[in-house]
Structures are given as structure tokens and as C-alpha cells.
Write a protein that binds this ligand. Sequence first.
Ligand SMILES: NC(=O)C1=CN([C@@H]2O[C@H](COP(=O)(O)OP(=O)(O)OC[C@H]3O[C@@H](n4cnc5c(N)ncnc54)[C@H](OP(=O)(O)O)[C@@H]3O)[C@@H](O)[C@H]2O)[C@@H](O)CC1
Ligand SMILES: [K+]
Length: 491
Amino acid sequence: MRSAYTVEAVRHAEAQLMARLPEGALMQRAAAGLAAACARVLGRVYGARVVLLVGSGANGGDALFAGARLARRGAGVTAVPLAPGRTHPAGLAALLKAGGAVAEDPFDALAGADLVVDGITGIGGHGGLRPDAVPLARAARGSNAVVVAVDLPSGVEADTGEVPGEALRADLTVTFGTHKPALLVDPAREYAGAVHLVDIGLGGELPSVPALEALQHADVARMLPLPAAESDKYRRGVVGVVAGSARYPGAAVLAVAGALRGGAGAVRYVGPGAAAVIARFPECLVSTGRPGEAGRVQSWVVGPGIGEMREGVREVLASDVPVLVDADGLRLLEASEVRDRTAPTLLTPHAGEAAALLGCAREEVEAGRLAAARELAARYGATVLLKGSTTLVAAPDGGRSPVRVNPMGTPWLATAGSGDVLSGLAGSLLAAGLGARDAGSAAAYLHGLAARLASARGVPLTAQEVAAALPAAWRGVRDPHGDEPPEPDRP
Ligand SMILES: NC(=O)C1=CN([C@@H]2O[C@H](COP(=O)(O)OP(=O)(O)OC[C@H]3O[C@@H](n4cnc5c(N)ncnc54)[C@H](OP(=O)(O)O)[C@@H]3O)[C@@H](O)[C@H]2O)[C@@H](O)CC1
Ligand SMILES: [K+]
């Protein structure tokens, strides 16, 4: 599990740790880790041209001390102070002593740089890059240099992942002590590039519950249901799927395809797509009547492609088993039907659907994904899986449990019907006994991994292929020696 902590938690932990250490020791740990990462990026430090963008806080101090270390190894290091007179004094002195200099012409320096270190702001920055920093950030990005951000790419909001103005785009972010939410949540995450975490000894001082967590293979493997010797199909759970319509029969097939690969013992399909479903999946139990007449299930999935089937949504929400609501179902539900439920509810909107549920603009959700997921969960008393480039899963417990961030996406997943597969898969995990937060986050992970496997080496994929790759994804997370596939290339 990777976790991220808020600025408040980081500052508190830092204060505890600093009280036991000699002055400046933490910054030296940070600078040493940063310099080592820069040296790895450069390959050859001697003779490399390094430019430091230095703000007025300790983030600039980190950059200066790291620059001093690189200068001692023979790099030509120049600093561009953004707030002259308020530059970290000890850091600047160390750089000058090591043979570094203050850049005479910042733009000239940036144009010839091999490496730019962004020490404008870290966890103390707010409000996006200030006007004087914008042309420098753009020049850094426009040069041939590798851009390494210190702790965070400057201009992003550490706690929310929002990017209120311009921000610096890094190739690599070297962060200290713990991830910050902005390194995991879009839009900020996009600015960070690859993220390298440097241990500065903060671990023991951080609270036990982080703000955010991102699952890894082993975490998902532990959650997945395994049939025991005495299991039968009913004990493994039956998932009911209410999806598809005469107009959208494909949604029924895709949701069932996901559900069949989610670990439940049986899938019961109810609705007008029964003929299409049974033709494709003879292993599925089908009926064309109402959900309430279909027989016992341990969870329901309702919504993909159901058009105007309001009655089906109402009936399913009135049941006493876990319910996943997606797509059309989100449009048709009444808030009170969700809030009044006693069994768990998992809502799976994309940004547009979340905006409709919150009564705001889609852009607002996209700009503040973390806040939107939390707000939806609180308002509806439901677990919310907010789909997108970084899918988030928030529980309705007022922040007591960390929001889960799915690290396993791929832009290739933005393809018709892939959400239907996810709904079926997550509903199946609910039927198999996982809680809503685990079911949602494990499903998003497997779904993303399946998509990465199916689109390996940059091949466009279809929703059916995502479903077909789910067994390989299960195998992948269970393989103790399995490597997580690298972030895919952008299409
Ligand atoms: N604490 C520790 O032990 C350790 C901390 N470490 C490091 O310290 C970093 C935190 O340092 P920090 O607290 O000094 O804040 P920091 O991010 O440098 O920025 C604040 C300064 O920027 C300014 N400013 C604000 N917004 C701005 C904007 N948009 N654009 C431009 N300027 C802006 C604001 O001044 P203002 O101009 O608002 O008066 C203020 O002076 C942390 O991220 C990590 O890198 C590591 O060494 C490990 C040990
Ligand atoms: K920075």
C-alpha cells in the first residue's frame, strides 16, 4: 500500500522528528536524496549544467543544498532566485562555497541546461505559480533539460491535487518522507512525472491513517475472494445484474462479462437483454421480469444502459443487499432512496455523472476530484467510486478511512462499454463478500491492470477485451514475483 498524507500531518511529523535531530539534519537528508536522484538522471554529473529555480522557502533550500552536492561532484550549477533577498541563506552559502553561482541571465541558463531543479514551492505553496515564475517554468519545459521537481511540482495544491493556475511540468518529482495527495490525484499528478520517494525517517512520526492510499498487487491479492473446499455457488455469492435495454443490449452483455470474472459463484441477469446475454454467456442465469421476482442475490448491479427503467432502480435500492449503481441508474435514483438504505451502496459515476449528482459543473468535479468524491459520499451516505484518469474511492465515514486512489489506469480505458465491465466486476466482488470500499478499489485495480495487459505495447482495446483479460489480471496480482506493468505510453 502506498499512502499520502496532508501537509498538516507532514508538518506535525517533521516537527516531532526535528526536535530530536540536530538543526538542519532533515534538510540534509532531503538534499542528499534529491542530489542522488539528480545524479541518476544525469548519468554523468561532472560537467553537467544544472539550473536551480529557487523560491523563498525550505523547498528552495533543498534545491540549493542538492545543487551544492552536485557542484562538488563537478557539475556547473547556477541558481535562479525567484525572491532575491529571501533565498534560503545557508543553502545559498553552501552552493556558492561549492563553486556554484547565481545565474546572470536565467533564460540563457535554462536554454543551455541539462537538468532543471524546481525548488520554487513545495508543501508551503498556494495559488499556482506566481506571474514571475510562469515564464521560467515555461522556459524550463521548453528546453532540452530534464526537469526534476523538489517534493512537489510547483504550482499544485498539495492536499487536494488541484492546479489553480499554472504549474511546472516535471519529468520526475523527488518527494520526502511520504507521498502528498497531489502526487496521486489528478490534475496535479499529471504534472509530477515519475515520483521517487526519499525516506527521511518520517515514517514513525506519521499518524496511522493516511489521507489517501493506493493499492498495490499484494493488497489486492489479499482482498480477492478464494473459494473454500465447502463452497458452492450460492455460498460464493450471487450477483444480480440489471443492465441493458432494447436500445443498449450491449451494456447487459458487458456488465455480465465483468460480473462473471469477479469471483461470485453465479451471475443472475434480469432485464430486456436476456436473449443477448444467454447467447453470449450460457453460464448466466437470466430472467426478463422484475428484479424483485428474480430470486435471491447477495448484491445488485443496476444502471448500465437501462435507459428509463426507473422502477428497476427503485426496487433494487429497496433491497437489503449491497447495491452498485452506475450510469443511467445514477440519473434515475432519488437521493433519499440511497440515504435510507441499511446495506452498503456503491455509486460509480464519471465526472459528468458526479456533477449531475452534486448539482455543479463537470469542470468543477474534474478540477477538484478529491473534494467531489468526498462530498458525494457524505451527501448520499454511499461509497463513491469516481471514475477518471485517477479513479478515487471514498467511503461515507467523514474521512475516517483513507480515500483509495487507483494507480492502475491507462488512457486506453477511455473506450465505450469499459465502465459496464467495471460495474459487473465490482458488483461481483460485493456479492463475494467484500465491503464497498474494497470491492470498488479492487475492481478498479483489476480492471486497469486488465486494460494495461490488453493494450500492451500501445494497442487500442475494446471493453470485451478488458473483460477477457481479467483472468490474467487476477493471476498477475496473485503472482508473488509478478512485476507491476509500467505506466503505459500515452496514446
Ligand atoms: N519542514 C521540514 O523539516 C522539511 C521540509 N522540507 C522541504 O521544505 C518544504 C516546505 O518548506 P516551506 O514550509 O518553507 O514552504 P515552501 O514550499 O518552500 O514554500 C513556501 C514559501 O513560498 C512562498 N510561496 C507560497 N506560495 C507561493 C507561490 N504560489 N509562488 C511562489 N512563492 C510562494 C511563501 O512566501 P510568501 O511569498 O507567500 O510570503 C513561502 O516563503 C517542503 O516541501 C520540502 O521541500 C525538506 O527539506 C524536509 C524537511
Ligand atoms: K517544487
